[in-house]
Design a protein around this ligand. Structure first.
Ligand code: ZN
Length: 174
């Protein structure tokens, strides 16, 4: 990815979030157009440089092995993406597109830097390296962004407002 110094100097954002956003904007396609294999490779190279190999690989694993479904309100203004494990249907994570937040332990600990209080989730051992680790996001948020970019026809479902609120509240509840 080509970085322009003047853009970096002028931005008021933190570097990583701004650069990650730049990468996703660069590869965003409309009207169902998919990325070419070369573009995909470049996208992964860019993200690898910014976010690290471990996080990117975990997100790609989710893309391969987990199901993604987007829930909408009837007006389609609001959405939630649900990621669920193929192997364990009880293992479900929900995130809000465009919002860098996740309930998972990794996000709470390494993005928000909150103290860890409980047992580790089964899938988090590999990421749980150094205790001083700081991360911009988690594999679920990253996987959702990638899925949005790479999946031309995502599974969707319309929810009633009550159903939607229930899921939305659950995302921010401990
Ligand atoms: Zn997460």
């Amino acid at each position: 990815m080509t970085l322009h110094n003047e853009n970096l100097i002028n931005t008021d954002d933190l570097f990583i979030p701004g650069l990650v956003q730049q990468v996703f904007n660069k590869y965003k396609r409309i009207n169902g157009i998919t990325l070419t294999p070369a573009e995909r490779l470049q996208l992964f190279t860019d993200l690898n440089a910014l976010l690290g190999e471990v996080l990117l690989k975990r997100a790609l694993y989710l893309l391969d092995q987990w199901n993604f479904i987007t829930y909408y309100t009837a007006d389609r203004f609001r959405s939630i993406v649900e990621l669920s494990s193929n192997r364990n249907s009880a293992h479900v994570v929900r995130v809000v597109p465009g919002v860098n937040y996740c309930k998972c332990r990794y996000f709470q600990r390494f993005v928000l830097q909150l103290k860890d209080t409980g047992e580790k989730d089964e899938d988090e051992h590999e990421l749980d390296g150094g205790s001083n680790q700081v991360s911009f996001t988690c594999e679920h948020v990253l996987a959702q962004c990638l899925n949005q970019l790479l999946s031309p026809e995502p599974r969707t479902q319309i929810l009633t407002l009550d159903q939607f609120r229930y899921l939305h509240n659950d995302i921010y509840e401990d």
